[in-house]
Design a protein around this ligand. Structure first.
Ligand code: TYD
Ligand code: MG
Length: 456
């Protein structure tokens, strides 16, 4: 009889304990422990446990040959950029995101392009039947003959099929639905997810198969979060966006073969996802002109500056407690900036509700947007519009000073390209800019008070 061992593992972070715990000592989440049975795994062949699949003794680092890793271009330009210039052969990429955001659609489209270029690809769905996948494929015009589809959950069957068909690229949609019969815990539990991903990783590395793993992330962490996989895989991408908006942003958060913080912008249309080559133009398209509370800021996403509209609405409080709501920017940051406006500029905001929103469902998380938040709030409070051809960038300190930001030049270039006439930026950045920007007036500012003086 095989001995049955049980462990309790945190479904949020994967921490394991011999007995049940109410609170995870590692990640701090409550009531996240689930009992999982581990049957003694029969001895694995040692070969399967090695990354290269061969027995290679230790080597001197000086003697190891390096080649530029081979890359496969998917042909979806935004996707390739986020991957760091294409998919590295033999790499394993995790794509996380909320359910319904468009992960399956994106990968089906990317696989179709690859297949169209003669690369053999296999799409494995554990969530949808072949018919459902076909209906989606028809909807987005995917029809390549080299694109193979498999509806399967069992890890053993999946690895068998991968070994038989020998595709160059495979997609597992999603890793939470895959399970191995060697573990007794339920599909989607942390040990199943980790074991499946680990085995697929070894298969990828030893056969030069490139694998995409799709993973659902839920805010509550109810399903075993793919976060536990982040250290196993080569690249982690997050696909995010607001369900009410058509824009989707693909973000690299870890990349062994390229820069992180690159983003790709897509628009979800009736016929699938479309790459957006000029996101600034898109995000600014519906901007109201000369309306109080609206300002254009520049947020740097990876190597790319994106201009977005930031809106603020300040109105007298009708209940006792004034409300402070921020969407798309850090709410704590907004509270801090409001306090700076009160204390350093003398603006009386104590009895005002303040709402701040980034248009288009984009999220900006950079100190460089501080000055934009301050300007938009002041503009709404004073009921005076900021001229529509003006961009505002800069970090704000607690003393009301405007501090320098990084990469000011490329942000200004983007603003110039889109026809902006005036840019307010930190003094320290202004003095260092040697660039010729035809038609753009650069105004260096040292403090919040000075900024508001210039604007209004
Ligand atoms: P999907 O790729 O199934 O999301 P995920 O795999 O991340 O769960 O996308 C689902 C949503 O996308 C669904 O709400 C409908 C929408 N959609 C479109 O708007 N246009 C399309 O062409 C497709 C295929 C989906
Ligand atoms: Mg899906």
């Amino acid at each position: 009889m095989t001995k049955i061992k049980t462990v309790f593992s945190c479904q949020n972070c994967g921490y394991q304990a011999p007995k049940w715990l109410g609170k995870c000592p590692d990640c701090g989440s409550w009531n996240s422990f689930v009992e999982e049975q581990l049957t003694a795994v029969p001895d694995r062949p040692t070969q399967a446990a090695s990354i290269s699949g061969q027995d290679i003794p230790p080597q001197s680092i000086a003697g190891i040959e390096t080649r530029e890793e081979g890359r496969l271009r998917t042909g979806v330009s935004e996707f390739d950029r986020v991957l760091g210039g294409g998919l590295v052969v033999g790499s394993i990429v995790l794509i996380g995101g909320d359910p319904g955001i468009g992960k399956s659609t994106l990968l089906l489209q990317a696989l179709d392009k690859l297949a169209g270029n003669g690369v053999s690809v296999l799409y494995i769905s554990g969530e949808e039947s072949l018919r459902q996948t076909k209906i989606r494929a028809d909807r987005i015009g995917v029809s390549s003959k080299n694109l193979y589809v498999l509806a399967e959950n069992s890890l053993e069957k999946i690895t068998d099929d991968l070994k038989k068909l020998k595709p160059k690229v495979a997609v597992i949609d999603s890793i939470q639905t895959v399970f191995t019969s060697q573990l007794q815990s339920a599909p989607g539990s942390i040990s199943q997810v980790r074991e499946s991903a680990g085995r697929l990783m070894l298969l990828s590395k030893s056969t030069s198969l490139s694998t995409f793993l799709i993973g659902h992330v839920t805010k509550e962490g109810a399903i075993a979060g793919p976060r536990v996989l982040e250290h196993i895989v080569d690249t982690v991408l997050y696909f995010e966006g607001d369900r009410g908006h058509p824009y989707r942003i693909l973000r690299a958060v870890k990349n062994r073969f390229g820069s992180t913080n690159e983003i790709g912008v897509f628009e979800m249309k009736d016929g699938g996802l479309e790459a957006v080559a000029n996101p600034s133009q898109l995000f600014l398209a519906e901007r109201p002109i000369d309306v109080p509370g609206s300002v254009v800021i520049s947020s740097l996403e990876g190597s790319r500056p994106i201009l977005v509209e930031l809106q603020a609405l300040v109105s007298p409080t009708s209940y006792g407690m004034p409300r402070r709501t921020a969407i798309g920017v850090d709410p704590n940051r907004v509270s801090l900036l409001v306090a700076v406006l009160e204390k350093k500029v003398g603006m009386n905001l104590a009895q005002q509700d303040i709402f701040v929103n980034v248009a288009g469902g984009v999220r900006v998380e950079e100190p460089a947007v501080d000055l934009g938040v301050v300007s938009a709030v002041a503009s709404s409070f004073l009921d005076k519009p900021i001229p529509s051809q003006t961009m505002v960038i800069g970090e704000v300190g607690l003393a009301g000073e405007v501090r320098g930001i990084h990469q000011a030049e490329i942000r200004l270039k983007e603003a110039c390209k889109l026809g902006f006439k005036r840019c307010l930026l930190p003094k320290s950045n202004r003095s260092r800019i040697l660039l010729e920007l035809p038609g753009v007036e650069l105004v260096g500012v040292g403090s919040v008070a000075e900024t508001l003086e210039i604007l209004f």
